[in-house]
Design a protein around this ligand. Sequence first.
Ligand SMILES: Cc1cc2nc3c(=O)[nH]c(=O)nc-3n(C[C@H](O)[C@H](O)[C@H](O)COP(=O)(O)OP(=O)(O)OC[C@H]3O[C@@H](n4cnc5c(N)ncnc54)[C@H](O)[C@@H]3O)c2cc1C
Length: 497
Amino acid sequence: MHTSIWLDTEIKPFQPLHDSLQTDVTIIGGGITGVLTAYHLAKQGVKVVLLERDRLSQSTTGHTTAKITAQHDLIYDELIQHFGEENASLYYQSQKEAMAFYHKTIKMFQINCHYQQEHAYLYTNQPNNREKLEKESEAYQKLAIEGTLVDQIPFSFPHLKALRMNTQAQFDPRTFLKTIVAEIEKYQGHIYERTTAVDIDYQSNTIVRTARGHNIITDNVVVATQFPFYEGKAFYSTRMYPSRSYVVGFTSSEAYPGGMYLDVDQPIRSIRHVQKEDKTIWLLGGQAHKTGQQQQHADPYTELTQFANRYLRSQAFHYQWSAQDYETLDKLPYIGALNKRHPNVFVATGYRKWGMTNSAVAAQLLADLIVGKENPYKKLYQPQRFHADPDLKAFMRNNSDVATEFIKGKLSKTDRVEQLKPNSSAKIKHDGKTIGVYKDDDDQLHAVDPTCTHLGCECNWNQSEKSWDCPCHGSRFNYDGKVIEGPATKNLNKLSL
Ligand SMILES: Cc1cc2nc3c(=O)[nH]c(=O)nc-3n(C[C@H](O)[C@H](O)[C@H](O)COP(=O)(O)OP(=O)(O)OC[C@H]3O[C@@H](n4cnc5c(N)ncnc54)[C@H](O)[C@@H]3O)c2cc1C
């Protein structure tokens, strides 16, 4: 079984940073946000350095489902309620511009990235959610969004109603980004892979420090690492939470009927297709849960496979992968200066699994802020906003969750190592300390201190991905404690038993 279908596309490798240097803008994180921001800046003649901890666009961007759409689940009715029609309309306009950016750029460079326009659908089989779809449809009308309610979508699973948003799109993000990376190089942008930024320091200049001890003196910094690896006392840890989702890719005995689909009931399901040479691969995503809070006895891949077998006439499964994205308190991304104390450090995060358009919004907005151009969306997305109503409720909910994880993690039940079956894990107590143990298929034990090196929450085992996942801010580590993703920059401590 392959992992993500997008990783079939190779992007040229880059060397790690071996020297200290000086530049106009340092961009940290080589996912779609970092790469697009580098592109917008480099083509205006700004000196850009892009640092990526691992390889370009292999993290969430390499594990997305890549629908390019302004249909971001149920959102427009809620935005109107919380922020008013004008702001809801601004949100939609920004997303539409992002879609137009992809359309124009793909055409301009003739990128063969399976870009395809499709209608997007939200659907439900529950009466209370049907009402929500109806309300969302009214919001579409208020905001002049082209779309309509329909009774049927072309699948056999039960459904009552669907809401269509007309003429959205889908693509292969890494094939697209391969061309954009080549453009950045053409404009003299410098890219370094396997280079982790570990700190931002303020002396007479702003300095980005890397794990190997190199320094970059820089006028501006863009933190495009999903969860900001550097928070600068701006409390992102209390204002965002990570959610993980799973995807399977398979062939079906049915012809794909067209369209992109998203369930608004639980568990959420997402459906689209990809043309791969002579094969049509159906992508089915879903089984979302807060990172580090997976139900231990439910395997998300099994659930998705069973759904595909039952309703989508699946034949052969070729791909499976998972990834995570962050949600903010009020569901709008944070894009802009980190906070008032750091006016030259910018952040773009909290896309709520709608990062294809939101990254394009962010890249344009951050480039405009850096070169001093007006941008109509600056206020809407500024990270320091605080909208009392939704923020407060989500703040309470999120932080009580985080607090529980601090405590619950420490009180995990004591299992004995000898009782562990191969390919399973446990937390054990030893000398008053908690030890996370994984026994592999060859009966080898791998022990770590599961205390997250980011802010000290206790990681939980994710059996589907064989990883230690932090329930607080989404740092993830492999069974040997090596950082996979998230804000942690240090590995978990390896222990011997
Ligand atoms: C399962 C799933 C399906 C999705 N489907 C869709 C969809 O259909 N449509 C849509 O619009 N959105 C979708 N999304 C959301 C979208 O994929 C993401 O929002 C987007 O890819 C995020 O891009 P990014 O560049 O901000 O982050 P990433 O792609 O995660 O890039 C961040 C990069 O920063 C690097 N990094 C981290 N820390 C450091 C450090 N200290 N130093 C250097 N580098 C560092 C990481 O290695 C990583 O490469 C989906 C998300 C998920 C989880």
